[in-house]
Design a protein around this ligand. Structure first.
Ligand SMILES: *[C@@H]1O[C@H](CO)[C@@H](O)[C@H](O)[C@H]1NC(C)=O
Ligand SMILES: *[C@@H]1O[C@H](CO)[C@@H](O)[C@H](O)[C@H]1NC(C)=O
Ligand SMILES: *[C@@H]1O[C@H](CO)[C@@H](O)[C@H](O)[C@H]1NC(C)=O
Ligand SMILES: *[C@@H]1O[C@H](CO)[C@@H](O)[C@H](O)[C@H]1NC(C)=O
Ligand SMILES: *[C@@H]1O[C@H](CO)[C@@H](O)[C@H](O)[C@H]1NC(C)=O
Length: 350
């Protein structure tokens, strides 16, 4: 019988170089790690990532939701949000938005129902699902914007950053104490590029036309947030904490919109009035008085090429762009892809 014509040694070395190659290609930008099996995603955040909390309090009028849902669904956008794209299919949307107190209730109520049995028991998350779940956070923009709308100065809002961050760290610790282990934390976006800031506050502009000092506050916030994640990794030894630089991705949409197929990034798609198509007294879905008659404030012609939806929130198109960029791990520290965010970093400094 003929024996194999390729010597075993050659096979081994071929195999090894393949392994090496695949290692190199998967190392950049994400690390060569297995995907995590998250049974659920719990999203904590403000209205930029809110997939439902506001729906129960404040029904949003059309044209909110028009692009994807063809009706208002309680999302502050024309369609899906970053978290919707990141989560993709396969995750229960029920868990996609949640705040700490609601989470505490959900967790205790669902465990109670599970233990009591009955028809709803099987629908409730198992205790182990809470620890295997991914906890995503998208904070900052609302905290900072609230300060500015209360007429605080840039310096005053800037000075409030440490308090916001320590509140955030305290929440992360509480959620960790409830069993959470994998955290995916978005930093805050360039708030000075939002029509609501640009239209309301005079400020020196940067090369992209954004309000410079307002973005500096966001950058200061992000610096402190990053420091907080470094400290949290020390304080919470079992946690995998990924810090995601969403600011840079969002800013690229303002700096080079054409490069990515967008236009008029500083102008609200759904709004009315002025250079930024934004005036809080005639907001998206409301009415404006024009030459003595009332007009409906609706969407621009093509939201799919626009960045800003209503003066504050991003469009579905922008959310898709952002989620495509950040899901790979290229903007993560440590450099983990969204699906790998259960892996604890063994890096020095992390
Ligand atoms: C809990 O996780 C298991 C797999 O780990 C999954 O089959 C089940 O659907 C999850 N339950 C809920 C309610 O999320
Ligand atoms: C902020 O200042 C504007 C203009 O001076 C005023 O109309 C508005 O009521 C003030 N807002 C608050 C919350 O104080
Ligand atoms: C914000 O505060 C930090 C720390 O005090 C300071 O370094 C930074 O210059 C401030 N930024 C603005 C825009 O005031
Ligand atoms: C916003 O609209 C109101 C009412 O039409 C108008 O009085 C005001 O001047 C507008 N503000 C700006 C900044 O254009
Ligand atoms: C309002 O009236 C002015 C002056 O007559 C006109 O130039 C402008 O186009 C009108 N605006 C709208 C939206 O009809």
């Amino acid at each position: 019988m003929d024996s194999p014509t390729i010597p075993i040694k050659a096979i081994v070395s071929l195999f090894c170089s393949c392994m090496l190659l695949s290692h190199i290609t998967t190392l950049s930008p994400a690390l060569a790690l297995e995907d995590c099996e998250f049974p659920a995603i719990f999203n904590f955040g403000d209205s930029n990532s809110d997939t439902g909390a506001y729906a129960s309090f404040l029904p949003l009028p059309p044209p909110y939701g028009e692009t994807y849902f063809h009706m208002p669904v309680g999302r502050f956008s024309d369609g899906r949000l970053i978290i919707d794209f990141l989560a993709g299919g396969g995750f229960s949307p029920f868990y996609l938005n949640i705040q700490y107190m609601q989470f505490l209730q959900l967790k205790s109520i669902s465990q109670l129902i599970r233990h009591q049995g009955g028809i709803f028991a099987s629908l409730m998350p198992k205790e182990s699902n809470f620890s295997k779940a991914l906890y995503t956070f998208d904070i900052g923009q609302n905290d900072l914007a609230e300060g500015f709308s209360d007429n605080l100065t840039v310096q005053q809002v800037n000075a409030s950053v440490p308090d916001i961050i320590s509140g955030f760290s305290a929440n992360i610790k509480k959620i960790y104490d409830l069993g959470a282990r994998s955290f995916w934390i978005h930093n805050t976006g360039p708030i000075g590029c939002l029509p609501t800031i640009l239209a309301n506050f005079p400020a020196q502009k940067d090369e992209a036309g954004c309000a410079k000092s307002y973005n500096e506050v966001a950058q200061h916030f992000n610096q402190k947030l990053k420091e907080a994640t470094v400290q949290l990794r020390k304080d919470l030894p079992l946690a995998a904490i990924t810090y995601v630089d969403v600011y840079s991705v969002k800013y690229s949409l303002f700096k080079e919109p054409q490069k990515y197929g967008f236009e008029l990034p500083l102008v609200a798609c759904c709004g009315y009035g002025g250079k930024y198509n934004y005036n809080s007294s005639s907001s998206c879905g409301g009415t404006a008085r024009v030459n003595g008659s009332q007009i409906f404030v609706g969407s621009c012609k093509d939201p799919s090429v626009r960045v800003n939806w209503d003066g504050t929130h991003y469009t579905e198109a922008a959310a898709k762009f952002i989620s495509d960029k950040i899901s790979t791990g290229a903007f993560s520290d440590p450099p983990l892809a969204f699906k790998q965010a259960c892996h604890k970093s063994t890096w020095p400094n992390n």
